[in-house]
Design a binder for this molecule. Structure first.
Ligand SMILES: NC(=O)C1=CN([C@@H]2O[C@H](COP(=O)(O)OP(=O)(O)OC[C@H]3O[C@@H](n4cnc5c(N)ncnc54)[C@H](OP(=O)(O)O)[C@@H]3O)[C@@H](O)[C@H]2O)C=CC1
Ligand SMILES: O=C(O)[C@@H]1CCC=N1
Length: 276
């Protein structure tokens, strides 16, 4: 990123997701002097100051006031109060670029809370951003300029893959697949780890083989032109052991379970849009 593309970014809320994003940004070379965060309690801020050397404050007004780009990073249910408070105390919100990473809440809600003249980009990231392997879905409102869009793209490119989407419905789906996805994979990996432990492995070795297998499979999927079905077939020798394992998953309708899980998460995003 050239210095002309650096804008001061202030994260409002310093929980798991903004920590992953700003950690990835720092690792990617974004200047730490241009990153700030606010949070009501000190411990996370102390950790961020110590680990990344960024400026922090318990005062949202201070961080939002100093930042060119505000990243709203609080839980959806807190967004109304946090935005109302910023609208009342930060005079030049309309001059700034506002990014929100909250699930569910739609543009119209932010206009209601922050005024109709704000410039807003919704981003749906995921926690692997911390290691530069995130996925972020992005959708901008009509007021966002090409320069704003380029800036957001560059920031989130630091922490992984960026996908511009046409509308907010798509961001709900991306959130349910990629935003929530790390949790689904961790749940699945934990199940495999437990299976290995039940058959005599210690936790450390069981985890090591599961995570390396997941990593290797993901990397193969990324580097191969084959479909995921064909990659799966490559492992599944006729009459062999994998076929028996896969049969168990298919009999339990794993694909259908994934469809239901994603559907449930999309529905919750839609509910949150109405609730908060
Ligand atoms: N986690 C994920 O994988 C993803 C999360 N998101 C979105 O990111 C947002 C944040 O989620 P996540 O980081 O996981 O949540 P966390 O619960 O980890 O963090 C929320 C943070 O907000 C802080 N907070 C509470 N009240 C205020 C306030 N008034 N002003 C400023 N900060 C406040 C909390 O501080 P304290 O601890 O002191 O109470 C806490 O540090 C959510 O909207 C979520 O939808 C999007 C994609 C993925
Ligand atoms: O669970 C949530 O609501 C957020 C959005 C995607 C991941 N975590």
């Amino acid at each position: 990123m050239t210095s002309s593309n650096v804008r001061t970014i202030g994260f409002i809320g310093a929980g798991n997701m903004p920590q992953s994003i700003l950690g990835g940004m720092v690792k990617g070379g974004y200047p730490t002097t241009a990153i700030m965060a606010s949070n009501p309690s000190r411990p996370k801020l102390d950790m961020l100051e110590e680990k990344y050397g960024i400026y922090t404050s318990q005062d949202n007004h201070e961080i939002a006031g100093k930042a060119d780009v505000i990243v709203l990073s609080v839980k959806p249910q807190l967004m109304r109060d946090v935005c109302a408070d910023l609208a009342a105390h930060v005079p030049d919100l309309d001059e700034k670029l506002i990014i929100t990473i909250a699930a569910g809440l739609r543009f119209e809600r932010y206009y209601e809370y922050l005024g109709n003249n704000i410039t807003l980009v919704r981003v749906m990231p995921n926690t692997p951003s911390l290691v530069g392997e995130g996925v972020s879905g992005l959708v901008a409102d009509d007021k966002a300029t090409q320069a704003d869009r380029d800036f957001v793209t560059q920031v989130f490119n630091y922490v992984g893959l960026t996908l511009w989407l046409d509308n907010e419905d798509a961001i709900d789906v991306l959130g349910a697949v990629a935003g929530s996805g790390p949790a689904y994979f961790f749940e699945f990996m934990h199940g495999l780890q437990r299976a290995a432990e039940d058959l005599g492995f210690d936790a450390e070795q069981a985890r090591a083989m599961v995570q390396q297998t997941a990593f290797g499979a993901a990397r193969m999927a990324m580097e191969s032109d084959l479909s995921l079905v064909d990659l799966r077939k490559q492992v599944t020798s006729k009459g062999g052991s994998t076929a028996k394992g896969i049969e168990v998953y298919q009999n339990a309708q794993l694909s259908d379970i994934s469809k239901r899980a994603v559907g449930a998460a999309v529905t919750r995003n839609q509910e949150m849009a109405k609730l908060f």
